[in-house]
Design a protein around this ligand. Structure first.
Ligand SMILES: NC(=O)c1ccc[n+]([C@@H]2O[C@H](COP(=O)([O-])OP(=O)(O)OC[C@H]3O[C@@H](n4cnc5c(N)ncnc54)[C@H](OP(=O)(O)O)[C@@H]3O)[C@@H](O)[C@H]2O)c1
Length: 343
C-alpha cells in the first residue's frame, strides 16, 4: 500500500479510507450475489406455481379429452383387480376405452371385466398372468394381445413389503419385487411400444412412487425398484416424444389401498391419503399434461416438503417411521391380528 504521509495518525486515516473503499466493493459484490440468488428463488417459485396450476388446476376445468382418438381404442392395465389399477381402469372405461385386464387372480379379473362391461358398455379382454414368475409369461401375453390396437399401457402392477433390512429379507421376496416392479413394466413396454411407434401415437403410464426420490432404509429394495422405473420412464419419455408417444411417471404418495394397510383394514381415505378412485381420476387428468407428476395436488405439496429436508435428516426420519411400522407389525403378528402381507 503506497501512502504518502509523514504522520502515523494520517497514515492510519488513509488506511481506514482505503479499507472502507474495498469493503464497499465487497458489499456490492455480496449484494449482486444476493440479488441473483433471490431472483433465481423467486423464478423457481413462480415456475413451480405455474406448473402446479397447469398440471393440477386447468385440467379440472377442461372437458375430458377424447382418449380414444388421441391414443387409440384399447387400454391395457396390469395389476387391475384392486387399488389404483382397478380405479384407473374404471376411469379409462368411463372415457369409452376398451380395457385389457392383466392380473394374477382369474376370478377377480372376470368379475372386474363384467363390472366394466355392464357399467360402461365397453369391451374387455382378460389375461391371467402372475408377473412374479419372471420371463416365462411374456410370450403368452404377447400372443393374447397381438390383435389389439393399444393406445394406453398402464404399468401399474407393483408389490411392497413390511419394512425390513436387506439381510432379513427372504430371497423369493427379493426376486418377486424385481420381477413385478421392474421386469413387468420394462417388458410390457417393450411388447406394446412397436405398435405405438408404427401408429405414431400412444401413452405409457408407469406407476412409480414419490418414495423413489429419496433413499428409504428398511424399504431399500422397494424404493430402488421404483427409482429404476422412474429413471426408465424419464429416458423413454425423451426417446419417444418425437414419435408421438407420451411416457409418464406417476409418483403417488400414500393412497388408501390394500398395499398401504399395515393392519387389518385399508386406511380411511382423507385429504392427503385419497381413495384409489379419487387418486385415479386426478391422475388421469394429468396424462398428456405432465410427464412426471404425483398426479394429485396434496401429494405434490408433500413431495415439495420432502425435497427440502436435508439428506441425513430424511434418512433418520424414514428409519424411525419404518422401525415404528415394523414394531407394530411384530406386535400384530404376536396377537395374530395381522392381515396377509402387503403384497
Ligand atoms: N398405494 C400407495 O400408497 C402407493 C404409493 C406409491 C406407489 N404405488 C404404486 O401403485 C401401484 C398400485 O398400487 P396399489 O396400492 O393399488 O396396489 P394393490 O392395492 O396392492 O393392488 C395391486 C394389484 O396388483 C395385482 N398383483 C399383485 N401382484 C401381482 C402379480 N404377481 N402378478 C399379477 N398381478 C399382481 C393385485 O392382484 P390381486 O388382486 O390378485 O392381489 C392387485 O390387482 C403399485 O405399483 C405401487 O407400487 C402405490
Amino acid at each position: 500500500m503506497a501512502v504518502a504521509v509523514d504522520r502515523v495518525d494520517m497514515l492510519f486515516n488513509e488506511m481506514i479510507l482505503q479499507l472502507r473503499g474495498q469493503l464497499s466493493s465487497f458489499s456490492d459484490a455480496f449484494a449482486i450475489v444476493g440479488a441473483i440468488y433471490t431472483t433465481q428463488k423467486t423464478l423457481n417459485i413462480v415456475c413451480g406455481c405455474y406448473r402446479a396450476i397447469s398440471v393440477y388446476g386447468l385440467p379440472k376445468l377442461r372437458r375430458r379429452p377424447d382418449l380414444v382418438s388421441r391414443y387409440g381404442p384399447w387400454a391395457l392395465v396390469t395389476g387391475c383387480t384392486d387399488g389404483i389399477g382397478k380405479a384407473y381402469a374404471q376411469e379409462l372405461a368411463s372415457c369409452g376405452m376398451n380395457i385389457i385386464l392383466i392380473s394374477r387372480s382369474n376370478d377377480k379379473l372376470i368379475k372386474c371385466a363384467k363390472d366394466l362391461e355392464s357399467q360402461f358398455r365397453i369391451q374387455t379382454q382378460v389375461v391371467t398372468a402372475d408377473f412374479s414368475q419372471g420371463g416365462a409369461i411374456y410370450a403368452m401375453i404377447e400372443e393374447e394381445i397381438k390383435d389389439k390396437e393399444i393406445g394406453i399401457l398402464v404399468n401399474n402392477v407393483g408389490v411392497m413389503y413390511y419394512p425390513e433390512c436387506l439381510h432379513e429379507m427372504n430371497l423369493d421376496r427379493i426376486f418377486q419385487l424385481i420381477n413385478v416392479n421392474i421386469t413387468a413394466a420394462t417388458i410390457m413396454s417393450r411388447i406394446v411400444l412397436p405398435q405405438m411407434v408404427e401408429r405414431k401415437k400412444g401413452a405409457v403410464v408407469n406407476l412409480t412412487a414419490a418414495a423413489s426420490i429419496r433413499p428409504n432404509p428398511q424399504l431399500a429394495v422397494y424404493t430402488a425398484t421404483k427409482t429404476y422405473l422412474d429413471f426408465l420412464t424419464q429416458s423413454l419419455q425423451y426417446e419417444y416424444e418425437d414419435k408421438g408417444i407420451t411416457v409418464q411417471s406417476l409418483m403417488p404418495c400414500y393412497v388408501a389401498t390394500k398395499m398401504t394397510k399395515y393392519g387389518q383394514n385399508v386406511p380411511s381415505p382423507g385429504y392427503f391419503i385419497p381413495s384409489a378412485s379419487l387418486y385415479a381420476r386426478r391422475a388421469l387428468s394429468t396424462l398428456g399434461v405432465s410427464s412426471r407428476t404425483t398426479g394429485y395436488w396434496p401429494h405434490q405439496l408433500q413431495l415439495w416438503i420432502a425435497e427440502m429436508i436435508p439428506d441425513r435428516m430424511w434418512l433418520w426420519g424414514a428409519n424411525i417411521v419404518n422401525s415404528a411400522i415394523k414394531r407394530r407389525i411384530v406386535q400384530q403378528k404376536k396377537r395374530g391380528t395381522l392381515a396377509s402381507s402387503s403384497s
